[in-house]
Design a protein around this ligand. Sequence first.
Ligand SMILES: O=C(O)CCC(=O)C(=O)O
Length: 286
Amino acid sequence: MDKHELYLWDLTGYLIVRNVLTAEELAAANAAIDYCQDKIPVGEAGLGSRGSNALKGTGRLEMHGLLELPKPHCEPFRKMIAHPALVTRLNVMCGRYFRLDHGPLIIAGVKGTEGLTLHGSGEPHKPVVAYHHQNGTPYCGGVTVTWQLTDVAEGDGGFVCVPGSHKSRYPMPDGVRTCDDDLGVVIQPPMQAGDVLFFMDGAQTHGTHPWRSENPRRSVLIKYAARDAVRGVPRKELFLPEVWWGEEIVDGMTEAQRAVMYGPGVHHGGVIKPLTVDEDGTVRIE
Ligand SMILES: O=C(O)CCC(=O)C(=O)O
């Protein structure tokens, strides 16, 4: 990661590296998506745009599990997860012991596919994904890397962000969240097939504009974390105390004791309940 990239990354919260995939690698990744195209589920319209006028459209197309595709179709994504263009940069962005937190997943789009309301920002502070800079060293808890398998021209839609919002100290206005009154701060960077986008995920305000092009959208997202940050896990059952610690350790624990034995992560789907202490000193599930 050279000093110009570092400057752009720290300044804006995203970075585009051009022309990373070779023509052969791009063809193999597109062939893998052709293979599973019919299986990409269409989400319920409105779930992404959530009442926004600017973002409305047909249901979103998104699918996880690209590493689970049969060979040879998982191979392009195996290559992507530890690609040298990523390693050199993630070593700086998240620290040398970064790891894959969740993904790879495909976000696809056909003309009219709805957008996704903007989310993430520097306010309120979310330690697990926050951006911090100290003594000349940047640190970001969560970085998403998006591989473009098709071109994204200006105005096509897809990924959008508010550059610099990882340093924001005020809540995101509702019009920016919905893009109905975005104050002119939301940008949609054009990219070409084979380019790679890095963005500060939960630290930066970002989302999706509706897809407006006749050509399909194909973006493969891989979500990385600093090694000491935990966002999601590949399978929800990994959170369970008997899986995370082992049944022999948690066997016979009270409900409150078990509640503190869940594995780490924010995407636990509500299975982890907070504890409270009653006036008489009893610890119980809230
Ligand atoms: O690439 C996009 O369309 C945005 C993805 C997004 O919002 C996310 O990964 O949280």
